[in-house]
Design a protein around this ligand. Structure first.
Ligand SMILES: [Zn+2]
Length: 197
């Protein structure tokens, strides 16, 4: 539709999640008319996120060194491990201030329709962590939707024979939703009221 660089930018923006063709066009023209310093800052942030951010070698949360801040924190307990789908879920749970254990980020949820099975998630890495025997409780904090429930059910079946208590967040979370959209109070309550599965 447009020529050269502006169309390239619209095409790239349009590939981002949640950005339709109209939004892509609006953002592209906003950037075109924005202050050059603001655009440079955006470009730098884009470049740096790929250069500097990597995944924690223990929990697979985002990190800027070998281990993330949570794994490095000696004040947290190793006895409770909370399984989440994505790094953004770690942020949501941290905001509640209810949890002092460690995390394990799966990198998604089981979704047969999209060809995502346990082998595509960091399940093997989770089992390796649990085999050390330090973890006494595993909290399944996958999203309250079909894929999240399927993942929680699968993990519960795998982990219970190891003699580890397995719990799931209490109901009250918006069903079908994303953990990250739950407000802090609802998520905090769901944490406190978690039940054995
Ligand atoms: Zn970590």
């Amino acid at each position: 539709m447009y020529e050269g660089a502006i169309q390239d930018l619209i095409d790239e923006l349009g590939r981002l999640p949640g950005v339709g063709p109209k939004s892509a066009q609006r953002i592209a023209f906003h950037i075109l008319s924005a202050d050059p310093a603001d655009v440079t800052r955006l470009a730098t942030a884009l470049r740096k996120v790929k250069e500097l951010v990597r995944f924690c070698t223990t929990c697979y949360n985002v990190a800027e060194s070998e281990q993330c801040r949570i794994c490095r924190d000696p004040r947290r307990t190793d006895e409770v491990l909370c399984v989440v789908e994505e790094p953004k879920d770690v942020v949501a749970i941290e905001r509640t201030g209810e949890f002092r254990g460690r995390y394990h980020v799966l990198g998604g949820a089981i979704n047969p329709l999209e060809g995502v099975g346990p082998d595509n998630l960091r399940v093997r890495e989770l089992m390796a962590r649990l085999s050390s025997g330090e973890v006494k409780e595993l909290i399944l904090a996958t999203d309250p939707n079909t894929e999240g429930e399927a993942t929680a059910t699968y993990l519960a079946l795998m982990v219970k024979p190891m003699g580890i208590a397995v719990t799931r967040l209490a109901s009250g979370l918006p069903v079908g939703g994303d953990l990250e959209y739950a407000d802090e109070i609802t998520l905090g309550r769901a944490f406190e009221g978690r039940r054995a599965v």
